[in-house]
Write a protein that binds this ligand. Sequence first.
Ligand code: C2E
Ligand code: MG
Ligand code: MG
Length: 594
Amino acid sequence: MNGPLEGPGESPGHAPGTPAQTITESIGERVRRGRRGRPPISDYRAAFHAAQLPMAIVGRDGLVRSANRALGTLLGVRAETLAAVPVAELAGIAPDQHARRACHEVLCGRSDRMSSTSRLKHADGHTLWADVALTPTSRGGEALLTVADASERHDLQERLRHLQMHDPVTRLPNRALFFERLATALGESATGRVGLCYLDLDGFKAVNDTFGHRAGDELLCAVARRLAGCAEDGEGRGHLVARLGGDEFALLVESSAGTEQLSSLAEAVQAELRKPFDLNGSRLAVSASIGVVEREAAHTGPTELMQAADTTLYWAKADGRDRWTLFDPERNAHRMTRQELASTLRGAIERDEFTLEYQPIVGFEDETLRGVEALVRWRHPRFGTLGPNRFIGLAEENGAIVQLGRWVLAESCRQARRWMDEHPGPPLFVSVNVAVRQVWDSDLVADVREILRETGLPSGLLQLELTESAVMGSGGRPLEALHALSDMGVRIAIDDFGTGYSNLAYLSRLPVRVLKLDGTFVQGFRTARHSNPADETIVAALVQLAHKLGLTVTAECVEGQAQADRLRRIGCDTGQGWHYAKPMAPEYIDKLLH
Ligand code: C2E
Ligand code: MG
Ligand code: MG
């Protein structure tokens, strides 16, 4: 390997016919170069210092032995002051772990080249970019550092990149840059939440058509400036504002503090855009529709977020424009074809996407907690939390209800047993909804027996809710099942009683112990003044009859004090509804038990 202090081993001879003086000089030279034909070290030193290429000789210890003038000039210092400076610092690679290691490899002779493009600091403070290379010289483990100024090329690349990543009309970041930043914000190491306001001007096409494209572009620029103003945090930094195309813009909130922050941002944007625009002497009123989405960064992909934003923007437009709309998983799920939900339903049980909430069932007499109804929810990764009305029907149709029902049963019995163990006093019963198909298509009796055995829950603490249609006219297998369960000590309740055409006398001959009066009955009782006396008479009669037949009555959907008072007076035994508590996570039932 050739270095500046060693030089090539060439031996310049002279051509025949060279003038004598030159021959003499060249002989003199040769003498000075010594017997092996090498130039003296002082020549190389002179060449090194006179070279245009910025260079330095680096010792094995990584410190600069000597730097040439060009390097001094590049960095705006005198070359001598660079001696003893660590090479990594000098070459601007100190913060770059990888480059530092490569540097070290060269210095200890394990590698014969290290190169990187680094950022250097000029003495006057400005930064410059350079192609830095370190190669060993053969002597004593020293190495040669070359530092070629690459600032121009780098600036050019930056300018090109800027052009590629920005919209020429508004000079805002374009779609490409937006997606790059979004991908980073949602990337693997992302934590926290990410928010997006996705905005579309209302009636922009009309502006273009009426005033021409020139005016349209001017309007877009003016809008862009106002958006940028809204996105600033007052310290020159702020959220990314991008033009995604046409009259669509996006504000990306890379660390969102919550939906409130986003909705106030959306409101600020709308307020700002509602102020009139002056274009070539014309006053223009503009409005925008905004879709607002907020998600946990770690569990969201860019496509998913953009789809949600797109849907939400569509809602804002459909709801009458000039408004912002927050993404609503329920509303979104409505849009989803049943097919889409049904196809992910089975796997969802294995993926552990279901949870149970429990709604207190309270005794009317003393208002004490007697039991809880287990209500299933689906934490859908794309659509958010879905209520049972979204998917129980589907699960019944495709048979997934059998597996889901078994999970609900096991989980609620396990939870009830936990409450029994952890809290002294009369234990809570748990009431579990059972779908018709579970009675027909699975061995419900065997499942219940197995689950009670496994969880150790006394059978008297389990109540199963079936609908009228599941038990009415049931002969054969379902009836056998009801008897077997009842014999086991499990209580059978009729859910949503009153919505079907059950014959109470017939029901009482089945092993049924509880009627759950449907919410529609209770609705007529809402306030003292607006109650319908006919309703009250019917319910009172129903309750009396039920009691005569040995059934207990639970009123569903008790929403107010007046309703509760009336239901108590009429003789209902227990009640359930928002007046007492909404369905809640099991931890909150723990708190109630305390
Ligand atoms: P349900 O068995 O009649 O459950 C009562 C429903 O009324 C629950 O709705 C509950 O949140 C709601 N509710 C409770 N208190 C009030 C109130 O004061 N006012 C009003 N307006 N509503 C109240 P949810 O949780 O949406 O459940 C809907 C239905 O889905 C349930 O009706 C039940 O039939 C079914 N379901 C829930 N979990 C399961 C399950 O694990 N298996 C099966 N097969 N069905 C289930
Ligand atoms: Mg129920
Ligand atoms: Mg019900």
